[in-house]
Structures are given as structure tokens and as C-alpha cells.
Design a protein around this ligand. Sequence first.
Ligand code: NAP
Length: 301
Amino acid sequence: MIKLNERSHICQGLMRINNMTDSEVDDLIKFDLENNINFFDTADIYDNGNSERKLGNFIKNNPTLRNKMFIQTKCGIKESELGKKYDLSYEYIIDCCKQSLARLNLEQIDSFLLHRLDPLMDAQEVYKAYKYLKDNKMIRYLGVSNFTTNAINYLLDNKVEIITNQIQVGLGQTNILDEIIAFNNSDGIYSSTTDMLFYLKNKNIELQSWSPFQYKFFKGSIFKVPEMTNCMAKISELAKKYNTCNGSIVTSFLLTIYNKTYVIIGDVKKERILESKNGENVKLSREDFYSLYQSANNILY
Ligand SMILES: NC(=O)c1ccc[n+]([C@@H]2O[C@H](COP(=O)([O-])OP(=O)(O)OC[C@H]3O[C@@H](n4cnc5c(N)ncnc54)[C@H](OP(=O)(O)O)[C@@H]3O)[C@@H](O)[C@H]2O)c1
């Protein structure tokens, strides 16, 4: 069983494995493990449960590798012919967990995330679900994704233990830094109460960054959109300076923000996985960190 602090800081996201066969997924996961990536992220909604099923087939066919893997999945977004809905009710959380366990061929999920904030969420109900899942050893840890600081506080104050908040952070989506840097300096767009990064640091809750290579909300790869041309030039300059690859500079930027950052990468191409993983070995100077931030169309005041 992988302890929390034994996880790789680069996590293999499994949202983009729709077109992969079981044997390609087998090859991908073995490649990750051989390269010291032991953390895997999926969700019930990825490809209608097929991402979990493919991971589950891998586990069924490679039972000895299960304990070398830290497996995370998510619940709370309902997708049906009626459209998208959010549901963090007691019954829905427990039902989703049972279904994910079955698809994943697991007795216990290492980390179970509440995928998106449901404004109708009641913290005592979530606590009841959390207690049920823990008491029945269906999950090891609970986390959240795309949650606000107040919503996390609401859960913590009702005895729900949270290990992580998985949110979009990357050079193409720097909100978590902007709200700190722009507070009181710009035109008042950021309030003093949101401040997610220092909230997480203070509560010792880790930061998981999803879609680290995306520009804004699924507007394309930062390596391709014209808005990030200057940033790309800076990334290439720093890759030369640090004798590394572009992808490593991108992940090192995120790992510099907080020592409890876990970067959830989505690419399944081997050379790109290695580039991302190698970001763990790059130690950006403060000066280069801020130059990168500025190159991504951001202002320092
Ligand atoms: N919690 C949530 O709400 C949430 C939401 C979304 C995703 N996620 C998780 O986050 C994971 C990652 O999401 P993602 O696939 O959008 O992330 P990503 O790693 O940011 O990849 C996005 C795209 O960036 C390009 N790219 C990535 N690495 C590259 C490299 N080294 N060099 C050049 N281009 C590179 C690729 O585009 P091209 O193929 O076009 O070149 C890739 O398809 C998902 O698998 C999922 O587990 C969570």
C-alpha cells in the first residue's frame, strides 16, 4: 500500500484513454510504474465509466502491481440524457463509490474525490457518507476538486477530513497566483477571502493541478495557442538554461508553488510523460519562476 508521502508528484491522469485498447493501457501503466509514477487519477464520468473499467482490467490482470499503485477516482457529477447535474448527497456518494469499486476491481479506493461543488451540499450528510465509506474500508482518503475555501471549511468544521483540492492550475491558468498577486493592486477583481493557495498551505491540504498544459478552460494546449507564444519562448529559453525539456519547465513551475503540489498530467505519449516527470528534478530560481509567470500574460505590480 502506497503511503501519501510515497506518491510521485507527477500523477498519470486517465481522462484521455478513450481510444486505447486494454493492451495499450497495460503498456502505459507499466511504463509509468517503471518510471516511478505510482499515482493514477480517473473519474466515474470519464468515457462513461470506461476509464475506470480499463484501469480495473489492468488491476485484475496484474494483481501483484495493485499495491504499487495509488488510485484516485471521483464522484458527484451526474451525466445523463437529461444533461449534467451535481449531486453530493449521502446516497449518491455511497452508490457512486460502490459502482467505482466494482468497475475498478478494487476492495478499497486510495483517494476518493468529490468532483465538483454542489451548492445543495449539506456537510453533515457528507460526513455521514464519509464515515460510512471509512468504517467499511471502502476508501482510505477523501478529497475534493474545484472546491472553494469556504466549502472546504464547511466540511472540515463538520469533521470531514480532506487531503486535497484538485483544481486547474498551470501556466495557462494562473488564477491561484493572480488572486494573491493582484489583490489590492489591480481594480479590485480579487477579494481577500478567496486566496486558495495560502489557505491550502495553512491547512496542510495538498494542491492537485489538473490540465497543467491547457490554456484556460479547455481552450487548447499552451504549446499551440497564439496567446501563449511569449510564454513558449520563455519556456524554451529556460529549458536550454536548465538543460532540460519544455514539458519539464511547465511541471517544475507548478512544483515550485507548494511542496504539496501534485501535477495531474493527461498526455499518454511516453516522451511527454518523461518530460513532465523530469520537472521534479528542475529547481527553478525565484527570478525564473516570476519571469515565467509574467510571460504567461500576467503582471507583477
Ligand atoms: N478534477 C477535474 O475537474 C478535472 C478536469 C479535467 C481533467 N482532470 C484530470 O487532469 C488530467 C489531465 O488533464 P488534461 O489531459 O486536460 O491535461 P494536460 O496534461 O494539460 O494535457 C492537455 C494537452 O496538452 C498537450 N501536452 C501535454 N503535455 C505536453 C508536452 N509535454 N508537450 C507538448 N504538449 C503537451 C497535449 O495536447 P496535444 O495532444 O494537442 O498536443 C495534451 O493533450 C486528466 O487526465 C484528469 O485526470 C481533472
